[in-house]
Design a protein around this ligand. Structure first.
Ligand code: C2E
Ligand code: MG
Ligand code: MG
Ligand code: MG
Length: 282
């Protein structure tokens, strides 16, 4: 019957909704304890200098090592934390881990490695980032230029004034500002001139489209020239094939990050890589 059919559908949606709400509630209930008990783990994805294949730094990417659900990717919890405000706490934790690691690597004899951390738009809105980050580099005795701050394009959509002001301040303090996921959707050339930036980080979709369309004109080449002219360096993320890497090299891109070179890995694995650098060549 029609009623039966609809009944089934409603039951289906009800279950789904309830599961989502329960899941959300479980995340909210567990997040404080998770932070206190070290369930959030910073993974590091190496970044390589294309010219010589050397390891120049790493991006800090958080995972939640959940006792029941296993290792959770950021997509499972970051959007919720951005809405409930917990992201500011988690990001401070990740940034501190990044600083503490760089300090440790200094002592291990690798003072040239920098770390990129992700910054949520909630952080910019709700946190005194200059105070927090200034405190961290001071406490760990680091040159601020080793901490790279990745801001996504979408963060530039709203609260643009506050964002520009905050970034100017951080940049003056010596932090390196990167525009993350450039080319993923919200980008405009306007934004490039308004934001105080040091690095353009090209979204992986951008590279994939570029290599899939091997026509004469290279948007990639154009973006790299534009970046040069604006005195920005260029990082390509999501490099998955040798072909993509070669194309990036031909177009003069500075740094590459992606599964073809190395996946995000636990701290210990990155430290092993530091001790025996294989570089870009595979
Ligand atoms: P993102 O900052 O753009 O990071 C790049 C994402 O692409 C990472 O996903 C990385 O694992 C993935 N990736 C790297 N190379 C490749 C590749 O060759 N192919 C493919 N398909 N993917 C690649 P992940 O770790 O799942 O993080 C997703 C997003 O979550 C990040 O995107 C970032 O926006 C956010 N995120 C991660 N950690 C943090 C954090 O500590 N704080 C904040 N606020 N956001 C974070
Ligand atoms: Mg990023
Ligand atoms: Mg990105
Ligand atoms: Mg991304």
């Amino acid at each position: 019957s029609i009623k039966g059919q609809y009944g089934k559908h409603f039951a289906f949606y009800d279950d789904k909704l309830r599961d989502t709400l329960l899941h959300r509630q479980a995340i909210t209930d567990g997040m404080e304890r998770a932070l206190a008990s070290g369930q959030f783990e910073v993974y590091l994805q190496p970044k390589f200098r294309i010219a010589d294949g050397s390891l120049s730094g790493a991006e800090a990417l958080v995972r939640w090592n959940h006792p029941e659900w296993g290792l959770q990717p950021p997509s499972e919890f970051i959007p919720l934390f951005e809405r409930n405000g917990f992201i500011t706490r988690l990001d401070q934790y990740v940034w501190e881990q990044a600083c503490s690691l760089m300090r440790r690597w200094d002592l291990m004899g690798f003072p040239h490695i920098d770390v990129s951390v992700n910054v949520s738009r909630t952080d910019i809105r709700d946190m005194d980032m200059a105070r927090v980050l200034g405190g961290l580099v001071e406490r760990y005795g680091l040159d601020p230029s080793r901490l790279h701050l990745e801001i996504t394009e979408s963060a530039c959509k709203d609260s643009a004034d506050q964002l520009v002001e905050t970034l100017h301040r951080l940049r003056k303090m010596g932090f390196v500002i990167e525009m993350d996921d450039f080319g993923s959707g919200y980008s405009s050339l306007n934004m490039l001139t308004e934001m105080p930036l040091d690095v353009l980080k090209l979204d992986m979709k951008f590279i994939q489209t570029e290599v899939a369309n091997p026509s004469g004109d290279s948007i990639l080449g154009f973006i790299v020239s534009l970046a040069r002219w604006m005195e920005l360096s260029v990082v390509a993320e999501g490099v998955e094939t040798r072909e993509q890497l070669e194309r990036l090299q031909a177009d003069g891109c500075d740094y590459a990050q992606g599964y073809f070179l190395a996946r995000p890995m636990p701290v210990k694995a990155l430290e092993e890589l530091l001790a025996s650098p294989p570089g870009c060549e595979r």
